[in-house]
Ligand binder design. Structure first.
Ligand code: ZN
Length: 169
């Protein structure tokens, strides 16, 4: 059971939101910060192409093509830690915007990260299935979800995903 301090959670989410701005993706900018138990930053990431891979206009503008060439912020943070040999076991991942997709949820679980903090629980309709699967895997694997905002808000054009286990900090 992880206990998080709201003041520090706000700081790390704000840092993730700052790092999100480093993404060249005009449509979606996501940032991630992975923090150890002593509040030490172990890895950061934002969405973009892998190192050395070109971000051409076609890869930026066609959404289906972009998804093939883009590493999500969460995966990028985990990959950065792997590159320099830093363990993320028992760490907390702070995100700039939404819950992780299913692919990033799998990576988070496998990296040993034990809690995830998001500013809000809104889910865009097109990500509902993926994020829903991620939440299911987090629940089964024991990864705790924390949210800075009030419980799930339902907005027009947005789907609601059950995250009843999410704890408000
Ligand atoms: Zn993802």
């Amino acid at each position: 059971m992880t206990t998080l301090n709201r003041k520090w959670a706000l700081r790390f989410v704000a840092l993730a939101q700052h790092i999100a701005e480093w993404s060249k993706d005009e449509a979606t900018k996501v940032g991630a910060v992975v923090v150890g138990p002593d509040r030490e930053i172990r890895a950061t990431g934002y969405n973009g192409p892998p190192r050395g891979v070109r971000d051409t206009v076609a890869r930026q503008t066609d959404r289906d093509v972009k998804l093939l060439y883009t590493v999500h912020a969460e995966d990028n943070a985990i990959d950065q830690a792997a590159l320099i040999g830093v363990s993320l076991r028992g760490c907390t991942m702070y995100l700039s915007t939404l819950m992780p997709c299913a692919g990033c949820a799998r990576s988070i679980i496998q990296a040993g990260i034990t809690s995830v903090v998001v500013p809000k629980l809104d889910v865009p309709a097109r990500w509902k299935e993926s994020i829903g699967a991620g939440l299911t895997m987090f629940k089964e694997a024991g990864v705790e979800i924390f949210c800075l905002d009030a419980p799930v808000r339902v907005k027009r054009k947005r789907a609601k995903v059950s995250a009843k286990k999410a704890k408000k900090i």
